[in-house]
Ligand binder design. Structure first.
Ligand SMILES: [Zn+2]
Length: 157
């Protein structure tokens, strides 16, 4: 068994055209997040947890924000690619657990959607929890959204 952790944070965008994407789900009625790709902080944290567990480095090494190809990219592409690398390294995903930290919007009604989307792509149970910062600090001040993830891998039989 191998365990990995991931963390990501993005700030809110001023661009009214930008959609909020978290855990492969579009959350309506909220400002989007600033990022080179779709800025899906949840999926990025999950990818880092998966890569970390397999000792494969971090998301920035493969999907650099300096590379034009990834401008506006759907983070699903990154996740699928990271999963292929994890498999290639000889591991299967046992489970993933995520905490999203956001003061706004309220994400309670989207947790199940994120779990379903991520579970479908990852092929293992994914749980998504949401919490706030109790109005403390930049996230509490609604400047952005952060996500934490842990992933457990097991050696392929
Ligand atoms: Zn990110």
């Amino acid at each position: 068994m191998r365990i990995g952790q991931g963390f990501d944070i993005h700030r809110f965008s001023d661009d009214p055209q930008r959609e909020l994407r978290l855990g492969l789900v579009t959350i309506p009625g909220s400002a989007g997040l600033v990022g080179h790709s779709d800025a899906d902080a949840v999926t990025h944290a999950v990818i880092d947890a998966l890569l970390g567990a397999a000792q494969l480095g971090d998301i920035g090494e493969y999907f650099s924000d300096q590379v034009a190809t990834w401008a506006g990219a759907d983070s699903r592409v990154f996740l699928v690619s990271a999963l292929a690398m994890v498999r290639e390294a000889g591991y299967v995903v046992e489970n993933v657990d995520v905490t999203v930290v956001a003061e706004a919007p309220k994400l309670g009604s989207f947790k199940k959607d994120m779990e379903r989307e991520l579970t479908t792509v990852i092929g293992a149970p994914v749980s998504v929890k949401a919490t706030t910062m109790e109005r403390l600090g930049p996230i509490g001040n609604r400047e952005g959204i952060a996500a934490l993830a842990v992933a457990l891998l097991k050696e392929q039989a």
